[in-house]
Ligand binder design. Structure first.
Ligand code: AMP
Length: 139
């Protein structure tokens, strides 16, 4: 739509803004994060401009998942990393700055100082059962 706001990643996907590309096909693009958490930190995006994962067309989501694993293998092999995180922030409250779906692949090494533990909370079995029921009830 003419004049509609476009994310910086939509503009990268359209070739209007440069990136350090590591993979591209018809629906998916992967490129280096400009402010990496570690060498090889890569973003994997759908070319379709969609803010959150649940808004993606199912076939595009499936393709994104397929490419995600493929690119992760390339990244960790190239970097010689023994592990990696795959992260996806959806919404500002979840830390999303760029409103265009993007998986982060972050290579990890012992002692890299990035950490990985959040703060898990305690819930009773009854509380967990009620929460699962609420989610199952959504069509
Ligand atoms: P998030 O907080 O999940 O939305 O992450 C946004 C990421 O996009 C950050 O890690 C930024 O460093 C990265 N980023 C922002 N602009 C660019 C750009 N032009 N090229 C590559 N990465 C970018």
């Amino acid at each position: 739509m003419a004049g509609a706001p476009r994310s910086i990643f939509a503009r990268i996907a359209a070739g209007e803004i440069p990136c350090q590309k590591v993979f591209e096909n018809e629906h998916v693009l992967a490129f280096l994060d400009i402010h990496p958490l570690a060498d090889g930190h890569t973003l994997v995006i759908p070319k379709q401009e969609v803010a959150h994962l649940d808004q993606l067309a199912p076939d595009i989501a499936a393709e994104l998942g397929r490419v995600l694993g493929l690119v992760a293998r390339k990244v960790v092999q190239a970097m010689g990393a023994p592990g990696y995180n795959v992260l996806l922030n959806n919404g500002r409250v979840a830390g999303q700055e760029v409103e265009h779906v993007h998986f982060h692949i972050v290579p990890r090494r012992a002692g890299d100082g990035l950490g990985y533990r959040w703060r898990p909370q305690d819930r009773t079995p009854a509380e967990l059962e009620a929460l699962a029921a609420r989610i199952r009830a959504v069509p």
